[in-house]
Design a protein around this ligand. Structure first.
Ligand code: NAD
Ligand code: USQ
Length: 390
């Protein structure tokens, strides 16, 4: 298939592009390098060094003999994405290209506005390009488990059957997210569902849990193919952060009591979920939702698991929670649709953690310990700009 990967220079987009390429698909990558721009803006960096996209693409051709096309540009420019879809003529578009960090979206007003404009307008422009040029294109959109929040009832896969005063209805599952970033994903989901209903588009919304890990079989083939390893307080996700903290001999930073429970997924499963979704498209007019996670764990359990797997002393520290979130709550999630399509999950294991410790140790001298403690506070809105988004 011809597949366009939007955000194909990012943590997940790059390994997904490689996986799809190796599985025989023809891949185009779209990116505006905003993510590399946030590093410049904030003085943060991936622990593992990153080659430029041009070097990555050359390395992939040398290693695999396969070509990747590159389109550099911004989804918030409607003309750009329209031209790319017209030129590349994809059968599927996988859309990773958003500002994805909750703490970044909560820095101040400018970062909240930037996040929502970037994400919501980019997705709307994409919907219009698909709607006008080829409604048969299957949109595979990265959403997030955090759209649901932590409701006191089971979380279903996107839709909920409701009985009210003797009548029944199938509704989009009610959303109660925990940051302006997560809210941008909810707005996207509603816009995409409407486009499916109004224009007959076909879409899969992947409500993905927190990703951990850094290597896939493809990125491990050559150091130039490596993907990001973020560990700072804005972009680092919890498992990867705890791994780097352990290796640096710093305490693991559990926010609040650590009872907050989240869905998790290994990066190797992410790329496989993308392949499964693309190769099994939604029907015309269908807005399909998969909960893309393989297990749930509380933050405290994650910290204990990392500490137990680490061959050395690790302290677990409880910090005042900078976020507004429940840290004692019910959490039960339905997530069977991707396994029904064939996903065989990797669960968080000592083997995986040991290989992550090794990667972190290899690059430990690049670590910036001053970027680790949280600096964004959910409770104090600031209309004064601290730094400027790219
Ligand atoms: P990332 O920031 O590493 O990658 C996103 C890529 O999109 C970057 O390369 C960035 O430059 C690009 N981009 C952003 N805005 C763009 C625009 N307007 N035009 C063109 N390119 C643009 O993020 P990631 O961790 O790879 O996440 C990818 C997607 O998966 C995001 O949508 C995110 O919300 C979702 N997701 C990520 C996780 C996770 O744990 N990393 C979990 C659940 C969902
Ligand atoms: N947490 C800590 N200590 C830390 C870091 C995080 O206790 O040092 C806690 C947070 O308070 C939160 C949980 O761990 O309760 C997860 O935080 P996170 O930063 O790993 O993940 P989150 O902000 O939710 O965002 C990440 C990705 C985002 C994706 C989301 C999936 O950055 O792109 O959408 O995971 S989900 O959480 O399912 O919404």
């Amino acid at each position: 298939m011809k597949i366009l990967v939007l955000g194909g220079d990012g943590y997940l987009g790059w390994p997904s592009a490689l996986h799809l390429s190796r599985c025989g698909h023809q891949i185009g990558i779209v990116d505006n390098f905003a993510r590399r721009g946030y590093d410049q803006e904030l003085g943060i960096a991936s622990l593992v060094p990153l080659a430029s996209l041009r070097t990555r693409v050359t390395a992939w051709r040398e290693v695999s003999g396969l070509r990747l096309e590159v389109y550099e540009g911004d989804l918030t420019e409607a003309g750009f994405i329209h031209r790319v879809i017209r030129a590349f003529r994809p059968e599927a578009v996988v859309h990773f290209a958003e500002q994805r960090a909750a703490p970044y979206s909560m820095i101040d007003r400018d970062h909240a506005v930037y996040t929502q404009v970037n994400n919501v307008v980019g997705t709307l422009n994409l919907l219009y390009a698909i709607g006008e040029l080829d409604r048969d294109i299957h949109l595979v959109k990265l959403g997030t488990m955090g759209e649901y929040g932590t409701p006191n009832i089971d979380i279903e896969e996107g839709w909920l059957e409701v009985e009210h005063k003797g009548r029944t209805e199938r509704v989009l599952y009610p959303k109660r997210p925990g940051s302006f970033y997560h809210l941008s994903k909810v707005h996207d989901s509603h816009n995409i569902e409407f486009a499916c209903r109004a224009w007959g588009l076909r879409a899969t919304d992947l409500n993905q849990g927190i990703v951990y890990g850094q290597q896939t079989p493809d990125t491990a083939l050559d150091p130039r193919l490596a993907t990001r390893f973020d560990y700072d307080s804005l972009f680092g996700t919890v498992v990867n952060r705890f791994v780097v903290q352990a290796v640096l001999g710093l305490p693991l930073t559990v926010y609040g009591s650590g009872g907050q429970t989240r869905g998790l997924i290994d990066i190797r499963d992410t790329v496989e979920c993308i392949r499964l979704s693309v190769e099994n498209p939604a029907r015309a007019g269908e807005f399909r939702v998969f909960n893309q996670m393989t297990q749930s764990m509380s933050v405290l359990d994650i910290a204990r698991t990392v500490a137990e797997a680490y061959p050395g002393d690790v302290e677990v520290e409880r910090l005042a929670n900078p976020r507004v979130e429940a840290d004692q709550h019910y959490y039960r999630v339905q997530h069977s649709r991707l396994t029904e399509l064939g996903l065989i999950p990797h669960l968080l294991s000592e083997t995986l953690l040991t290989s992550l410790f090794d990667i972190a140790r290899e690059h430990a001298e690049r670590a910036l310990p001053q970027t680790i403690l949280p600096q964004t506070d959910w409770r104090t809105p600031s209309a004064t700009a601290r730094t400027t988004p790219p």
